[in-house]
Design a protein around this ligand. Structure first.
Ligand SMILES: O=C(O)CCC(=O)C(=O)O
Ligand SMILES: [Fe+2]
Length: 195
């Protein structure tokens, strides 16, 4: 199970995890909860489950805490991005590490791959903009959180603002629909404090 947003199903689990690790202060956490993007997730996977090479959302960085099992990360430094990533007109592609395509990525062997194996109790830092491939070496449970810090904040701000605007537009739309429904049923939402 990838990126399970457990707060919705089991908010009580948050009591076991009130704050991000002190070594990774998160600028989003300074905001009111409703303005924080939902970026704290649990990953549960059997041995062999994997996440293909990718960069993290909004160029955030992340930490990952390994609870159970072992997990292998392969990182590619940003200076080698062009060896493992192609941006075409209408799509983006990363090297498929499980079946490398030499036609698409002829020089991928020149990329530096940095390996990290997580054991239970380990905490890993995933730097902003570093492509990474992840695979479960055994059945595995991990908690991860993507965050903004002083370094990446200027990049994160643009997609974050877009996300806020979209969410605001969706809320306005829902309010409009509810208003229409209440009106057509002869009720007054404003008087009832609903809208
Ligand atoms: O554990 C995984 O499969 C992917 C984790 C990951 O890519 C991340 O936390 O950024
Ligand atoms: Fe990731």
């Amino acid at each position: 199970m990838r990126a399970w947003y457990f707060q919705e199903d089991h908010p009580e689990l948050l009591q076991d995890f009130p704050n991000p690790p002190e070594c990774f202060p998160d600028k989003f956490k300074a905001l009111a909860t409703e303005f924080q993007p939902p970026f704290t997730w649990i990953f549960i996977g059997p041995q062999g489950a994997f996440s293909p090479l990718h960069r993290d959302i909004w160029y955030t960085c992340a930490w990952m805490a390994q609870f159970q099992g072992r997990k292998r990360f392969l990182f590619v430094p940003p200076k080698d991005l062009k060896l493992v990533y192609r941006k075409l007109e209408d799509k983006e592609e990363y090297l498929d590490l499980r079946a490398p395509d030499l036609e698409r990525f002829p020089s991928y062997r020149h990329a530096n791959f940095i390996e990290a194996v997580l054991e239970p109790g380990d905490l890993l830092y995933i730097p902003s903009r570093w492509p990474h491939f992840v695979e479960c070496l055994t059945d595995s449970v991990s908690l991860t959180s993507n965050f903004a810090n002083v370094v990446n904040f200027k990049h994160v701000l643009i997609p974050y603002t877009r996300w806020l605007e979209k969410r605001q537009a969706a809320i306005q739309l829902m309010k409009g629909i509810m208003k229409m429904q209440l009106r057509s049923s002869g009720e007054d939402g404003e008087q009832q404090g609903l809208l």
